[in-house]
Every structure is written in structure tokens, then in C-alpha cells.
Design a protein around this ligand. Structure first.
Ligand SMILES: [Zn+2]
Length: 463
């Protein structure tokens, strides 16, 4: 860990050349390893000339393609799809090491396609070391005092119950020592807001990790005097932050608010700087903004998607993998002075849904919480929830084969109604969609929660 942290600092001090040098060496080693251990990549790269590898020589890969050939993709024969699926089917095993050595997370990500991700110990050591980079960028001496005063307590307000990255990582880290077990805590974003507020008040965290949509709801609670968070760091990630939400969070927690760009395939990918850019950990990750035909997007233009290469993880090689996010890369050096690739991520955001209870109280539902209710239903491959009226939600499901569809539908609608009821929304109807989940007509991007066409008045976001 110490060696990794020193190398992160050296790489950044060395500037663009030092970063590029590390990327090139690590890519060579990764491709070598992938070809020797993964039958999928051996075949995928069969036409590759020997010698130094350049990224553009490597044909891209997609999540559905890799998931369909999971057992050939993964470089450890003990890690089969059946083994990982059985592992994630048990919610009690969140954060436990698979086969004593791997972190597992499940995610549908930006494309809505289900994915299972396995990270080895070396990769986790790299991800862990990135905290040093974030600390150097974000924290002042005064922040350290503030962190120490509150015992470094860290609250992660995330989707729970489905082996999602945030919870899996926290639970994995909590198992590492008694100190972490006391200091790190997961708070389910699926719980009703008053219960979440009470739990956070009680914990009084120094660090908060939260989706921007949920953070906005917490900021409202803080303004109403029901919540008194004083975090030294308030990390937001998992969705894009809209300018309206960002303004609200800044007004509430000031410079503690920090963006993090995270993915189940590589976490954390990038940290936000004071200039409003996300700096990619570009000594360990290669992020290539691309057009729909996978040609490079010019810097300064918004890409159609982005190809990710994870240079840290060997067990399940992610090499030029279509992540699905639209990214804009800054063409010139960032004024903050960081030599790390500076990007902004666009359109990684589902709609917030606001409903009225029978007592006319407004309740806003966090999209990632709704999505995780669906994703954790056995037999659901992909789901989408569309608001079709003031009190109507239409559920679209794509089912896995082998499970009785009626059972899956009954469970999914039941769980959704339970979630609504827990938030006091007994009058919201759930319709069963006959059509499959589909991407948005305008953006072409897939969203799991869609507020259109009747966007609720007074809901958050800038549309
Ligand atoms: Zn910057």
C-alpha cells in the first residue's frame, strides 16, 4: 500500500510523460496476462502483432459479449459464472471475499445490462491507495482536524441488498479490521427518508458518500433543521450531478462536496477538482472517449461512449470495454494543475420521481434506490420504471430464462409496492408493461427510471 501510494504521487509529479510511461508498461503486462490466462482474449487478440501494444490495436469489447462468455473471460478457472451467480444470490455474503480472495460486485451500470465483476487483491490495493491521491487533492490541515474529531467515521448512503459496488466495497473493507468495523457504516438509500435522517444524525459522520439525488434530499432535510451533518468530505457519485443539485449541495456543505466518478468495473475512476473537472486515475485506467462507430472523439466534444481499460485487475481483464457513458475530455491543462486526464461525465442520471401521499405530503424517490429494488428481484435481467401518470408507474421487465414469468412479475410488483408503501405512497398504482425496457427516444441512452412524460412539479433537477 505504501509503495503504491508513493508511486501514485511520483506518477502525478512526473506529469503527462510519467503517466503515459506507466500506462504503456501496465497495458503490455495486462495484455500478456489476458492472453495467457483468458481464452476469450486469446481468441479476441489472435491477429495481434508481437511487440509493444498500442490501445488502438486492440478490438473493443462490450459487457453483453463478455458476460455471455464469462467462464472464458475470467482468468481464474475457479471463478465461473455459476459460482459468482450463486455467491451474489445470497445477500448475506455482500463484501465477503469470494474463494477467500476476490471482491465481487453486481451492476447494471449505464447500459442497464447486468454485469458481474470480480476484483483481485492487487486491484483492491490500487483502488485503496487512490484515497491518498484524493486526500492530497481535497484536504487541508483543518479538514484533518475535523476528520479526527469525528473519529474518521464514514457513512456510505448507497443501494443495498444486491451486491452493488458501494455496499460490497464498504462491507469488504469493514471486514479488514475492528477499527474499520466501527468507523465505516452503510446506510440503505432504500429506507424512508425520516429513518435515514435519524440514523445519520445518530452516527454524525466525518465522511459521507451518497448519490447526488439522495444528497439533494438530505440537503433539504438539513435546511429544514432536521439534519445537522458537518462532514469534512461529502462525496457524490453514481450519477451525474445537475447544476441545480450541485448548487444546493455547495450551499449546504460548501467545499466539503466532492464528485467521484465510480464504476463497478473500476472504483474510483476519477476525483473532482476545485475547477469542476473529474481527474481520471490515468496511471491505472485508460479512458478513451469514442463516437458511436468507436472512432476517437475529439477533445472538447461530448463522446457517444467511452472505452475503459482497467490496468490494475488481472482476474477479469477489462480492456477497451464499452462503459456506455458520454464523456467530455478537457482539451487543455486543467487550471488546478493536475496532469491527470480531466473529464466531465454527461447524462448519467435517471429522473427523480415525486409523489404526494394521501396526506398531501411530497415524497421524492431516489432513482438508484428504485432501480436496486428491481435489480435484486430474482429472475429479473433488466428493468425499467416509467411514470405514466400522476399516480401511475409502468414497470417493464426483461426476464431471465428458467424462472416462471408469473412468479417474477408477482415478486417484482410486490417489492415495488412494498417500497412505495414504506415511503407512505399507498395510492401509487403499478402497471405491468407488455413492452420490454427501451432506451430514451432522444438520448438513445438507457435509463432505469424515467420521469417523463408527466414530470412532477417541484421535483429536483434541471430537466
Ligand atoms: Zn482540475
Amino acid at each position: 500500500m505504501a509503495g503504491l501510494a508513493v508511486d501514485l504521487v511520483r506518477a502525478q509529479r512526473g506529469g503527462a510523460a510519467a503517466l503515459a510511461h506507466r500506462r504503456a508498461d501496465r497495458l503490455d503486462a495486462l495484455v500478456d496476462c489476458a492472453r495467457s490466462r483468458s481464452a476469450f482474449y486469446r481468441r479476441h487478440y489472435s491477429g495481434l502483432a508481437p511487440g509493444r501494444v498500442r490501445p488502438e490495436q486492440l478490438p473493443p469489447v462490450t459487457k453483453p459479449e463478455l458476460m455471455a462468455r464469462f467462464d472464458e473471460w475470467v482468468g481464474d478457472p475457479a471463478v465461473t459464472r455459476a459460482v459468482v451467480e450463486a455467491f451474489v444470490a445470497d445477500p448475506a455474503r455482500v463484501g465477503q471475499p469470494l474463494l477467500g480472495r476476490y471482491l465481487v460486485c453486481a451492476s447494471s451500470g449505464t447500459t442497464g445490462e447486468p454485469g458481474l465483476f470480480v476484483h483481485d487483491r492487487s486491484a483492491m490495493a490500487v483502488y485503496r491507495a487512490f484515497s491518498v491521491r484524493a486526500d492530497l487533492m481535497w484536504l487541508t490541515a483543518g479538514d484533518w482536524v475535523s476528520l479526527a474529531r469525528r473519529g474518521f467515521r464514514w457513512a456510505a448512503v448507497v443501494g443495498t441488498g444486491g451486491h452493488f459496488g458501494g455496499e460490497a466495497w464498504m462491507e469488504h473493507e469493514r471486514r479488514r479490521s475492528m477499527w474499520r468495523r466501527h468507523t465505516y457504516r452503510v446506510f440503505s438509500v432504500q429506507q424512508p427518508l425520516p429513518a435515514l435522517v435519524e440514523a445519520l444524525e445518530d452516527f454524525d459522520p466525518a465522511i459521507v458518500t451518497c448519490y447526488p439525488s439522495a444528497a439533494a434530499l438530505l440537503a433539504e432535510q438539513q435546511a429544514a433543521g432536521r439534519l445537522h451533518l458537518r462532514p469534512a468530505v461529502f462525496e457524490t457519485g453514481g450519477e451525474s450531478t445537475t447544476p441545480a443539485v450541485r448548487g444546493l449541495l455547495d450551499a449546504t456543505w460548501g467545499r466539503a462536496v466532492r464528485d467521484v466518478y465510480a464504476a463497478s468495473e473500476f472504483d474510483p475512476l476519477a476525483f473532482g477538482c476545485d475547477e469542476g473537472w473529474l481527474h481520471v486515475n490515468s496511471d491505472w485506467a485508460v479512458l478513451e472517449p469514442v463516437e458511436a462507430d468507436r472512432t476517437p472523439t475529439p477533445r472538447g466534444a461530448t463522446s457517444s461512449s467511452v472505452l475503459l481499460t482497467n490496468l490494475a485487475n488481472r482476474v477479469q481483464p477489462i480492456i477497451r470495454y464499452d462503459l456506455g457513458d458520454s464523456v467530455l475530455e478537457r482539451p487543455d491543462p486543467c487550471p488546478c494543475g493536475s496532469p491527470l486526464q480531466a473529464i466531465r461525465v454527461a447524462g448519467r442520471r435517471d429522473d427523480l420521481l415525486a409523489f404526494r401521499t394521501s396526506g398531501s405530503e411530497q415524497v421524492v424517490l431516489v432513482p438508484l434506490a428504485l432501480a436496486s429494488v428491481m435489480e435484486t428481484t430474482p429472475g429479473v435481467r433488466r428493468s425499467q420504471l416509467v411514470r405514466t401518470g400522476p399516480d401511475t408507474l409502468r414497470l417493464r421487465l426483461e426476464l431471465l430464462p428458467g424462472i416462471d414469468p408469473e412468479t417474477v412479475w408477482r415478486q417484482a410488483t410486490g417489492r415495488l409496492r412494498d417500497h412505495l408503501a414504506r415511503h407512505g405512497l399507498h395510492g401509487v398504482q403499478v402497471e405491468r408493461g407488455t413492452e420490454p425496457p427501451e432506451p430514451g427516444a432522444r438520448s438513445g441512452k438507457f435509463h432505469q427510471v424515467v420521469g417523463a412524460p408527466s414530470r412532477p412539479p417541484g421535483s429536483w433537477g434541471d430537466g
